[in-house]
Write a protein of this length. Sequence first.
Length: 114
Amino acid sequence: VQLQASGGGLVQAGGSLRLSCTASGRFVTINTMGWYRQAPGKQREAVATITRIGLTTYADFVKGRFTISRDNAKNTVYLQMNSLKPEDTAIYYCNTVMMTTNYWGQGTQVTVSS
């Protein structure tokens, strides 16, 4: 399974970005997909997850600002990020677990200027 993320960039505080992550490879179905982030000097942390049927979870620090969604036909998960803050600056990674193996995308940089 390969995960290809895109959509990061530089944005001013209060702005918006939309991340995308598409899975490819040999698999039947993808269950839960998620977004994680890692800021410099910090541990990787969960941002949001979504099951195949659309059940979602969010970290408290993004509730009300970020929305995770997916298109099962395209094997793609999205992260709409609104009201961005400088503390959201990090590398964002998409993730899925298949047959007990963790798969990670290559990461996409999100930088929010104040």
